[in-house]
Design a protein around this ligand. Structure first.
Ligand code: AKB
Length: 325
């Protein structure tokens, strides 16, 4: 593909849980050379390094971002790098500085260089306990109790501002907890829903850091990738919101997840030892109303709890049997 007839994309946080899989999917669609993986801390995988360019970008420095954009002639950014909720509560000052600082720098560079499109993820963490906890609507009270959530609400407003004030095409999704089999998440409250699979396969035991009856909205990675790329591909006339869209996949309790895993690992034992992350989980929605995303740009998830669990167990068992887990 030539530089002129396709998007030129930069993915920040490309070595993270979502970034690593999203980058590879974008490279499949747009060509390896047209998708630049940006990272900073985590070591990139061999696949990420060999399937297209990799660039160290310091997101706290506008010049570093601008240099990468100019070097690769980038017109679109998927800005995924962020400190998640649990790590954010351990160091709220760093969470604010990193999450807001990097988003502001990305938006400013995009404005100055007149980039075509920006994707930035918000989260269910934008909601707090004063929002309805079931079927949480698109438009409701946003008073989160975590610094991560505060940075998501502020980020939503900032993205919307850049659209209104500067005409920048920023699009976003409020991600639920994302479950995946390739790269582990780090520092989130919903991490238990991934870790439980690894421990079930490796040792048939898991100690869960939230109560058995804790229900949170979750989504399987293929749906997360689809939602993200679908939103970025849809005609601008269908995108009515530039803060962030609610998207739902499935909702289940930690106990229901353990029971589903037990269908494949019958002697799996899950214990529950809630820690500080319980309070965070209790302040978040249990299920999400995503009818606005469904109506405006045709969002529809594919995976439910049963289909996701089957696929996760198959993938992780294969890696375990090959000695790679
Ligand atoms: C977290 O748990 O912090 C994230 C999220 C829901 O945004 N996975």
């Amino acid at each position: 593909m030539s530089r002129k007839n396709t998007k030129r994309i930069l993915v920040t946080g490309s070595t993270g849980q979502i970034g690593s899989e999203l980058t590879l999917e974008l490279r499949k669609r747009y060509g390896g050379d047209n998708v630049i993986a940006a990272g900073h801390k985590r070591q990139p995988s061999e696949t990420l390094l060999t399937s297209g360019p990799f660039e160290y970008v310091d997101l706290s420095n506008e010049e570093s971002i601008e240099k990468a954009i100019r070097k690769y002639d980038v017109d679109t950014i998927y800005h995924l790098a962020a400190v998640l909720s649990a790590t954010g509560e351990e160091n709220p000052q760093a969470a604010w500085a990193i999450n807001m600082g990097s988003l502001y720098n990305i938006l400013e560079v995009a404005r100055k260089l007149k980039l075509a499109q920006i994707f930035w993820p918000s989260s269910i963490a934008a909601f707090g306990p004063s929002a309805p906890r079931t079927n949480t609507p698109q438009e409701t009270i946003l008073i989160p109790k975590t610094m991560y959530g505060v940075s998501k609400v502020a980020g939503e407003l900032l993205c919307n501002y850049y659209f209104i004030r500067f005409g920048l095409d920023v699009r976003g999704i409020r991600y639920p907890g994302i479950i995946s089999s390739e790269v582990l998440p780090g520092g989130g409250t919903t991490d238990y829903a991934v870790a439980i699979f690894y421990d079930a396969i490796r040792s048939k035991r898991y100690t869960c850091f939230v109560r058995e009856d804790t229900v949170l909205p979750m989504m399987y990675m293929p749906d997360c990738i689809k939602a993200t790329i679908d939103l970025m591909e849809v005609d601008p006339s269908k995108v009515k919101r530039h803060d962030s869209y609610n998207v739902a996949g499935m909702s289940f309790s930690a106990g229901e997840l353990a029971a589903e895993i037990r269908k494949y690992v019958p002697d799996f034992r899950c214990d529950y030892k809630p820690d500080f992350r319980q309070k965070i989980a209790d302040s978040w929605p249990m299920s999400i109303d995503d009818s606005v995303a469904r109506n405006e740009w045709g969002w529809k998830p594919k995976y439910d709890l049963a289909a996701m669990t089957k696929d996760m167990i198959e993938r992780l068992s294969k890696r375990f049997n090959e000695g790679k887990l």
